[in-house]
Structures are given as C-alpha cells and as structure tokens.
Design a binder for this molecule. Structure first.
Ligand code: PEP
Ligand code: MG
Length: 580
C-alpha cells in the first residue's frame, strides 16, 4: 500500500483502476519498468519511430507539392536522423539497461542530443536544435497517443495519474466520460488545471510530487479529493474506512441539494448572491442545478485553448449566447480572454517567455492583438441582447489599460452600428481586481468601472510572490495570510464607498472556511465552482451578520496564516461540523 499527501483541489472520494498517462507537453515522469516489460516497451519504440518517419515523409511530400523542393528539403534532416539506427538504438539501450519507460527513454536521449546541439559552434547545426525538439515531440506523440487511445478503449472508468496536465488536456479527459478522478505530480490549488477539475466535479489531488513513479497501470487507487490523499493498492481496512467516508459525503451532498431553491439569506435577513464560475458553456446547466443565481465569471479563454485555432466571432457569439440562454435572464459576467501564463504551455507559444505570469498575459496580450480582441468584444456585445450580460477585463494593472480596453470596446460598438447589429448600449463594464496595483488603486478604478470582481487566485500569487501552480512553494500560497485579508477588505470598502458592486470570484469564494469571514468583511456577492454553491449557501443560512462581523474583526487581529486558519476552522465547525 502506498499513501501520498498532496494538495486537495476538487472534493469527493473515489476508488478505481489507475491509468498512468505520460503527457506530451511536459516533462515525462522518470518511471522504471520491470525486466519482463522491456520487450513490449521496445516494440512501442520501433513502431513509434516507424510512424514518425512516415509522418515526416508525408509532410515532405505535401510541402514539396505546395512550396517546392527547396522548402521541402528542410525535412531531409529529420528523415535522415530517424532513418538511421543510431538514435533509435540509444533509446532501446536506455530501456534495456536502465529499464526506462518508452517515453522516458525517448525524452532522455533526445534531450541529450538537444544539449549537444546547443553547445555546437557551427551555426547550421546549432539551429537544428528546434528540429531535434520537433522530432522528440512527434515520437512522444506517437507513444502518448497510444495512452490517449487507451482511455478511449477503456470499458471501466479510470483514475488518471499523470505528471502534469494542461487545462485543455484536463478538458479533453472530461469529454472522454471515462475518467472518475485525477492525481498529478505537479500543480497548485488554483492552477487552471485544478480549476477545470473542480468545475467538472471529479475528485482531484495535485502536487503529489512523484505519484507517477509509485503507481502502475491497473493498480487499485483511492483518491480523497477532500483531504488531498491518494492511496495505491489499499488494504481491506483502508477500503472499508473510505467506503464509510464516501457514504457520509454522499449523504451530505444530498442534504445540501435540498437547499437549491432556497435563497442565500442570513438568519438576520441579509441577502447574499451566490454565482457560478464556468469555463465551458455546458457548465451553465450545473450552475443552475446547484442553485447559482448567475454566472459571476465565464473564463472565455477555454474556447481558444481547446480548439486548434482562434474561434471565429460567430463561434464565440454562439457559445456566449448558449450560456446566456441557459441562464434564462440571470446575470452572466463574460470575462475577456485571459490567455497566457500556465494556460498555454511555453512550448506551444510562438514567443516563449521567461516569466509568463509576469509577461504578456491576459489584457496585455489582448491589447497587443487588437483584431482578435475586437472580434471577441463584438461577439460579447452581440450576445448581450439575449440576457443580462456584463463584460469584465482581467489582470488590469493601470487606469490606462482600462481606458484602452474601453476604447476597443467602443470601436467594436461602432463596427456593429455600421452593420446595424443590435447590442446592449449600457452593458456594464467591470474589472478583475487581481493585481496589488489594482487593489491599492481600487478607489480610482471604481470611478471608471461599473463593478469589481476580486480575483484572489492571482492576487495571492502577486502579493506573496509565489507561483500559484508550483507545488514546491504551495505552503506560501494561502488566502489566510493577514495581508491578503486586509487587501480584500480594502477593495470591498473602496467599492462600497464609491457605490459599485463587488464580488469575489477566486477559489477563496467557494471555500466554506472563508464564508463567515467574507460576509463579515462586507462581501455580498460570491462566485465559485458550481459544486461549492450548496455548502456556502448552507453556511450563509446558518449565521447572523453580527456574528460574521465579530469573526472578521477578530481574524484581522491575528498575526499569521496558521492562527487565521485554525480560528476560521473552529468558527466554521461550530456552525457546520459536518463540512469541516
Ligand atoms: C483569479 O485570479 O482569482 C481568477 C478568478 O481568475 P483566474 O483563476 O482565471 O486567473
Ligand atoms: Mg486571475
């Protein structure tokens, strides 16, 4: 039995068979196999090299036909390398001698070649490093593709165990309908992969460091997404323990579901709004089912991430309209593209950045790609006549950015005017407050924005100087640090003073541990993954505002994150013991 503790990112308990995935975009797990498995792994290599060679030959042929022989000759290098035995033999040797898995052997040998090419003085050869990289990706894709097909072939549901998953890979797993839980080596609580798993509603644990080395395909695995525990090959006692826990949890979920039609109102009559966060249009249905009163955050970038290219204006319009119609007149806050950083692997971008979280991300990227930005804004405006649509700009850092974004929105309006296409003239324009600069300048921003949504996922990352998706510094990444709480209070107060609505749409909003505190700080609109709505509603309906204010006052006097967490846990337990 192997038991590992990681970061809980999506609650629930599940048992099932493991499917270990070697992912294409990231580092391949350093896994070893038994001597008996070597032959089969070597056969995979032979097949993958053969298919990759065929792929390059076809590519060469089609390029020659379209662009001529000179251009097609680029592929002679790849074909030359792959048709000789040398590199393939080295990969086979790594499997024979070191017992590496096929993907790990490929990755090690090709990386060594890349390194060698990097050192070369000869300009022609040092430029070939990209080609070696391309070959590695293609061979790996052949191998990983086999893993993906393995999911398709599965009859039984599986628990995916992977080194890391990109948000779009996670979304693909959701579409397969075979995956019942996720466990990964890398990742943080608010990394976008975790957010997708949460919306999807399957138990997930990330940041397990090396779960991929301890689990093999077919192993029985327990995933406790509530406590962040993954157990491989559990004994009978462990299975019994988790079976009981699973039943308790499903009873709680059923009880909470009865609150669906009831309003989120405190015992002393203060009305609160609970909204849902979504990444894909179909998730709007889950929001309604769980009792959300609107969509407080629609992360539109996922439409881009799951397609091969930018979706057309019409495709975007249809996706937005679908959400608005599913919400039947309830508010839908459409956030403009937040591309970059962890959502797009650096290998896939045309200009990799050294510090993507501090780079050309989000609104910065949109303001540098105006035609694309305008296409999205037109699609949002067109959808605005179908319901109560609001538009929201992410990662705003300066007033100038907000003004520029509004200017592009005006141009999009003019385009529609010229075409005679209707849209809502007074569409509310809001900003995410998720950088320390925007939070500090909240009073100034409130004069030029119609509403705020506090993005604690990024605010914590930028205030604490800690990468939100890096499990190695996850201990620093917490909403409970007193300076984060003071900053959140500052933004809520600034919005109240200037009379604009403020919501909070980071993962903090859906964590029941913070509900009493946030109410006490004056928050009246929360936006969270659909699955979190019932628990938060239960807490709202179990407290008085006077009590919440007292809790908030006390919390803000505490010195550190530990004390805050312990105190909030105690207070929440008093109100709702079964949740904590
Ligand atoms: C946030 O940063 O808190 C947020 C809600 O946006 P995202 O998680 O998409 O960055
Ligand atoms: Mg954000």
């Amino acid at each position: 039995m192997l038991s590992k503790k990681g970061i809980p990112v999506s609650p629930g308990i599940t048992f099932g068979q493991a499917l270990v995935l070697d992912t294409e975009e990231f580092q391949i797990p350093r896994r070893r196999i038994s001597a008996e498995q070597c032959e089969a792994e070597k056969l995979r290599i032979e097949e993958a090299f053969k298919q990759t060679l065929v792929e390059y030959r076809n590519l060469r042929e089609s390029v020659a036909a379209r662009m001529g022989e000179d251009t097609a000759a680029i592929f002679d290098f790849h074909i030359g390398v792959l048709s000789k035995d040398r590199i393939r033999h080295q990969v086979l040797e790594a499997i024979d001698v070191k017992h590496y898995t096929a993907p790990y052997a490929v990755s090690t040998v090709f990386r060594e070649y890349q390194h060698r090419f990097q050192q070369m003085q000869d300009a022609y050869l040092s430029e070939r490093i990209q080609d070696v990289y391309d070959m590695e990706r293609r061979v790996l894709r052949q191998l990983v593709g086999q893993d993906r097909q393995a999911i398709e072939r599965m009859v039984e549901p599986v628990i995916v165990v992977a080194h890391d998953l990109t948000p779009s890979q996670t979304a693909e797993l959701e579409h397969s309908n075979k995956v019942i839980a996720i466990a990964t080596d890398l990742g943080g609580r608010t990394s976008h992969t975790s957010i997708v798993a949460r919306s999807w509603g399957v138990p997930a644990v990330v940041g397990l460091a090396d779960i991929t080395t301890g689990v093999s395909n077919g192993d029985m695995v327990v995933v406790d997404g509530t406590h962040g525990v993954v157990i491989a090959n559990p004994d009978a006692e462990t299975i019994q323990h988790y079976t009981i826990r699973r039943e308790q949890l499903s009873r709680l979920v059923k009880d909470l579901q009865n609150l669906r039609e009831l309003p989120a109102i405190t015992l002393d009559g203060v009305r609160v709004q609970l909204f849902g966060n979504i990444e894909f249009p179909h998730e709007a249905t889950a929001c309604v089912d769980k009792g959300a009163e609107g969509i407080g955050l629609y992360r539109t970038e996922f439409l881009y991430l799951t397609g091969k290219s930018e979706p057309s204006e019409q495709e975007q319009f249809e996706a937005y309209k679908q959400v608005v119609e599913r919400m039947g007149g309830r508010t839908v806050v459409i956030r403009t593209l937040d591309l970059g950083a962890d959502k797009m692997p650096q290998e896939r971008t045309s200009e990799p950045e050294r510090n993507p979280f501090l780079g050309c991300r989000s609104i910065r990227y949109c303001l540098q790609n105006l035609a694309m930005f305008k296409r999205q804004l037109r699609a949002i405006l067109r959808a605005s006549v179908h319901g109560d649509v609001h538009v929201m700009f992410p990662l705003i850092t300066t007033l100038l950015e907000l003004r520029q974004a509004k200017m592009v929105l005006s141009e999009a309006r003019e385009d529609l005017d010229e075409l005679g296409i209707p849209y809502r003239k007074d569409i509310p324009i809001g900003i995410m407050v998720e950088t320390p600069a925007a939070a500090d300048g909240a009073v100034q921003f409130a004069r030029e924005a119609d509403f705020f949504s506090i993005g604690t996922n990024d605010l914590i990352q930028y205030m604490m100087a800690v990468d939100r998706s890096n499990e190695r510094v996850a201990w620093l990444y917490s909403a409970a640090h007193p300076m984060i709480l003071r900053k959140v209070r500052h933004v809520i107060r600034a919005a109240d003073r200037t009379g604009i609505p403020v919501s909070l749409c980071g993962e903090m909003a859906g964590d029941p541990l913070y509900t009493i505190l946030l109410l006490g700080l004056g928050l009246r609109r929360f936006s969270m993954a659909a699955g979190d709505v019932p628990e938060v509603k239960k807490i709202v309906r179990s407290v008085t505002m006077e009590h919440c204010k007292r809790v908030a006052q006390h919390t803000l006097q505490l010195e550190n994150e530990r004390n805050v967490l312990n105190y909030l846990r105690d207070e929440t337990r008093k109100v709702l013991p079964e949740i904590v």
